[in-house]
Design a protein around this ligand. Structure first.
Ligand SMILES: Cc1ncc(COP(=O)(O)O)c(C=O)c1O
Length: 403
C-alpha cells in the first residue's frame, strides 16, 4: 500500500515522534547511582496524572490485564466476595479473572451498551450488612462498547452506606484521557496501561494504590499461607519499598520508562484539562458523523458516551467485520473490531491519545469508504461533513450547541 496507514483503534494509539525519540537511546544500567534521579520524579509526576497526593503509582512490566491481577492478588484472599458488573468485554474479563482467582463473585450482568448499574450496586451493598463484600470493581471506560461509568457515584454509595469495601477501577482507556480523580473518588486501586492515553507501546501496567491499601499490605502477615492470594511478581509491598530508594525489585522496562517520562511531560505541558477537552471535542466529531450516517452508537445514552472510543453499530443485515476488513485491506485504516457479543455488529473508532481533528477525519473518511464498499446505505461525505462542521466551530460555539 502506498501512503501511511491510519491507526484508529482504541489502543495502541499513535505514538508521538517525541516519545519515540526519547526511547531511541542506548540501553542503560537500572542500578546506576543516578537512576533514582530519574525514577523518583517520574513516579511523583505520575501521581498528578492519577490525581492522587496520598497514594502511590507503581509501574510494572506488563499490561492492563496484569494490573487487574495485581489489584486482586495484593488485597484479597480466596473466597472473598467481590461486587462487579459485566457490560462489555473488558468488564466481563475482569469478573472472569476474579472467578479464576477463586473469589466469590457477585456479577451483575448488564446489557452491553449500558454502564455500571448504580441502583443494583446500592441494593447489593445495602443488603450486605455483614460487610462480606471486600471489593467493588468498576470499569471506568468500557472500551468494547464505548461506555463511561460514574466512579464518583459508586464512591458516594459506599460512603452513604459506610461500607468499607475497597474500590478498584479499571482506568485502562480513561486515565490520562478523561478526567480521573483517584483521591477525590476514593479509588483504592486504579489500573492503567501504557498503550492508550499514555501514547506508548504496550508493555507497562501502571497502577495507582491508595494510602489505605498501602497501609493494609504493609501490615499483613507475610508468613506462608497467611497473606492474600499471593502476589509474587506483582507484589505492591516489594515495589513500594524498592521505589522508595528510586529502584525496582527486578529489572524494570527502563526504555519504556524513558518514554513514559516524555508522555507524562507532554500530558502535563498540554494540561490535563486541555487534554480532556480535546478528547471531548474529537469525540463530538465522531458522534456527529455517526448521527449523520443514520447509525447508532452502541452506548445507549449520551450521558455515558465515551470521549475516548465510539463503538458504531452497522445495523441489521450488515457485517461490521466486512467494514473493518475492507478498511484495513483496501484503505490501510485500522478500525477497532467488535469483541465477543458485539462481534460483527460494531466497529470502533478510537479517539484518544496523540490525535487531532485531521487524524479523526482520516479515520472517518476510511470508514465511509469501507462502508460504501460493503453496501451500507448512507450519503457519502455526510459523516465527514458533519465532523468538519463541528470541528470548525470554536469551543464556545460547540459548548452552546451542546446545551
Ligand atoms: C478497559 C480495558 N481494560 C483492560 C484492558 C486490558 O488491557 P491490556 O490489553 O493492556 O492487558 C483493555 C484493553 O484494551 C481495556 O480497554
Amino acid at each position: 500500500m502506498i501512503g501511511n496507514k491510519t491507526l484508529a483503534v482504541p489502543g495502541p494509539t499513535n505514538m508521538p515522534t517525541r516519545i519515540a525519540q526519547s526511547m531511541n537511546i542506548p540501553l542503560e544500567d537500572h542500578r546506576a547511582p543516578d537512576f533514582p534521579d530519574f525514577v523518583k520524579p517520574l513516579l511523583n509526576d505520575l501521581k498528578k496524572v492519577f490525581k492522587t497526593e496520598t497514594g502511590s503509582v507503581l509501574v510494572f512490566p506488563g499490561s492492563g490485564t496484569g494490573g487487574w491481577e495485581a489489584a486482586i492478588r495484593n488485597t484479597l484472599s480466596a473466597g472473598d466476595s467481590v461486587l462487579v458488573s459485566s457490560f462489555g468485554q473488558f468488564s466481563f474479563l475482569w469478573a472472569q479473572m476474579c472467578r479464576e482467582l477463586s473469589l466469590d463473585v457477585n456479577c451483575i450482568d448488564q446489557e452491553w451498551g449500558k454502564a455500571t448499574p448504580l441502583e443494583e450496586y446500592r441494593r447489593v451493598l445495602t443488603e450486605d450488612r455483614a460487610h462480606k463484600v471486600k471489593a467493588v470493581l468498576v470499569c471506568h471506560n468500557e472500551t468494547a462498547t464505548g461506555v463511561t461509568s460514574n466512579v464518583a457515584a459508586v464512591r458516594a454509595i459506599l460512603n452513604d452506606l459506610n461500607h468499607p469495601a475497597l474500590l478498584f477501577v479499571d482506568g485502562v482507556s480513561s486515565i490520562g484521557s478523561i478526567d480521573f480523580k483517584m483521591d477525590e473518588w476514593g479509588v483504592d486501586v486504579a489500573v492503567s496501561g501504557s498503550q492508550k492515553g499514555f501514547m506508548l507501546p504496550t508493555g507497562l501496567a501502571i497502577v495507582g494504590v491508595s494510602e489505605k491499601v498501602n497501609y493494609q499490605i504493609q501490615n499483613v502477615s507475610r508468613r506462608p499461607g497467611d497473606t492474600y492470594l499471593g502476589c509474587g511478581y506483582f507484589d505492591f509491598a516489594n515495589m513500594i519499598s524498592a521505589n522508595e530508594s528510586g529502584y525496582f525489585p527486578y529489572t524494570p522496562a527502563a526504555t519504556l520508562l524513558r518514554g513514559l517520562r516524555t508522555s507524562v511531560d507532554m500530558l502535563l505541558e498540554e494540561g490535563l484539562d486541555n487534554v480532556f477537552a480535546r478528547h471531548t471535542r474529537l469525540a463530538n466529531g465522531v458522534r456527529a458523523a455517526v448521527d449523520a450516517w443514520g447509525l447508532k452508537n452502541c452506548a445507549q445514552t449520551p450521558d455515558i458516551f465515551s470521549d475516548t472510543v465510539t463503538a458504531i453499530m452497522v445495523g441489521e443485515g450488515y457485517d461490521a467485520n466486512m467494514v473493518i476488513q475492507t478498511a484495513y485491506k483496501k484503505y490501510g485504516v485500522s478500525l477497532g473490531a467488535g469483541l465477543s457479543k458485539v462481534a460483527g455488529k460494531v466497529f470502533r473508532i478510537g479517539h484518544l491519545g496523540w490525535l487531532n481533528e485531521t487524524m479523526v477525519l482520516q479515520a472517518l473518511g476510511g470508514a465511509e469508504l469501507a462502508m460504501r464498499d460493503v453496501g451500507i446505505d448512507f450519503e457519502a461525505g455526510s459523516g465527514l461533513g458533519a465532523a468538519v462542521k463541528l470541528y470548525t466551530q470554536s469551543p464556545q460555539e460547540m459548548a452552546m450547541a451542546a446545551e
